[in-house]
Design a protein around this ligand. Structure first.
Ligand SMILES: Cc1cc2nc3c(=O)[nH]c(=O)nc-3n(C[C@H](O)[C@H](O)[C@H](O)COP(=O)(O)OP(=O)(O)OC[C@H]3O[C@@H](n4cnc5c(N)ncnc54)[C@H](O)[C@@H]3O)c2cc1C
Length: 341
């Protein structure tokens, strides 16, 4: 119900305009999103690299309907790969298969991915390849995304991998499947609304599965990415790697731009590789709402700043109140216990 409210808000154009225009909430946007242009994202990435953090660039966007939109997303991915090479940024990229036309035609999406991977291979240097990660979306796309990785693997590409979500009941099987293939996996908890039939509703189960799958990946996988801000998941990973004698450079942690910057630096100082997921682009609003859903405190801050600063004045108040109510409910649900994901 709370997630659905935020999903509704993520489509609300009045709120989007209000959030963009209020100065304080703009600061919140800037904290989680690296900018609207590739130039801005490269500048942020350079700063992160200077503090010892590699990045994964993500050009924000939602599912496309036309081939033109998909081709334009594909061109953008190629441009970002080219900028990484020209500017010497320590980076790879993350893409969404629905942005590259999966809903239009699977072969068309595959061809777009091949174009990106071929260009990334052309630009690889002795220092390393440019890796392309297929972000994982809702379960409508899980099987198709894994099949795309397998198809690309079959065509000889090795600089491609995807993401598995520990909230899905099917994931242990998928971990084994991708470990056997030899492609890299990013492990996350999962960010979409899924039914209990296919996803664990209880946070305890999601966390337990995360730990089990992390172990499978560290033991049998290829350079896995453990993507979380949860200190318990991070401690479990460090402990397991230590006990099993798994070297620190055979896996990496990943975190989102703007989230737990203290933890990012601490892990880096302890000698772990920490890659920062850097989102950018004009379609930042739904991404921001998903980050709000993960932390009620962010949403309260947003509601307060919208109410205080909106140039729409009284017209924006219902929106701010709506945000406040959702924030309060989220806070209450978080306080009630760990049982709601
Ligand atoms: C690099 C990366 C890539 C991702 N890619 C995908 C993907 O492809 N598909 C997908 O479904 N999901 C993806 N996710 C999102 C993921 O599924 C979770 O929704 C998200 O990471 C929050 O879960 P958590 O593991 O941090 O644990 P949680 O239990 O949600 O949070 C643990 C703690 O982290 C901190 N925290 C978490 N989120 C925030 C926030 N927004 N603001 C401030 N503090 C916060 C809080 O202290 C919280 O108590 C990705 C996450 C990362 C880090």
């Amino acid at each position: 119900m709370l997630r659905q409210s935020l999903l509704y808000l993520s489509d609300n154009q009045t709120l989007r305009r209000t959030v963009s225009e209020a100065r304080l909430s703009r600061r919140l946007v800037d904290r989680f999103v690296a900018g609207e242009t590739l130039d801005e994202a490269i500048a942020v990435s350079r700063l992160l690299n200077e503090s010892g953090l590699p990045v994964s660039l993500d050009h924000l966007g939602e599912a496309v309907i036309t081939k033109e939109e998909a081709l334009s997303a594909c061109d953008m991915a190629i441009r970002s790969v080219e900028r990484i090479a020209v500017d010497g940024i320590d980076a790879n990229i993350s893409v969404k298969v629905t942005q590259l036309g999966l809903d239009i035609e699977e072969d068309f999406c595959l061809a777009n991915l091949e174009r990106i991977l071929r260009r990334a291979n052309e630009l690889a240097t002795d220092d390393g390849e440019i890796f392309v990660r297929l972000d994982m979306e809702s379960t409508d796309y899980t099987e198709k995304t894994i099949q795309l990785v397998e198809a690309l693997w079959g065509r000889g590409f090795r600089n491609v991998g995807t993401v598995l979500q520990s909230y899905l009941r099917r994931t242990p099987g998928d971990v084994k499947r991708l470990n056997a293939l030899g492609s890299r996996v990013r492990l996350v908890k999962g960010a979409y609304n899924e039914s209990e039939k296919i996803a664990f509703p209880d946070k305890f189960d999601v966390d337990d599965m995360f730990v089990e799958e992390m172990k499978l990946l560290l033991t049998d996988g290829v350079y896995p990415a453990i993507a979380t801000h949860d200190e318990q998941m991070i401690s479990a990973t460090r402990r397991f790697a230590f006990e099993q004698g798994i070297p620190r450079d055979s896996f990496e942690f990943q975190m989102l731009y703007g989230v737990r910057r203290d933890l990012q630096q601490r892990l880096r100082e302890e000698g772990y590789k920490v890659r920062i997921y850097v989102p950018y682009g004009v379609s930042w609003y739904p991404y921001l709402m998903r980050r709000m859903a993960e932390r009620p405190a962010n949403l309260l801050f947003l509601a307060t700043s919208v109410a205080k600063e909106s140039p729409l004045g009284r017209a924006a108040r219902p929106v701010a109140v709506g945000l406040g109510v959702v924030a309060g409910a989220l806070a209450a649900s978080a306080w009630r216990g760990r049982n709601s994901k």
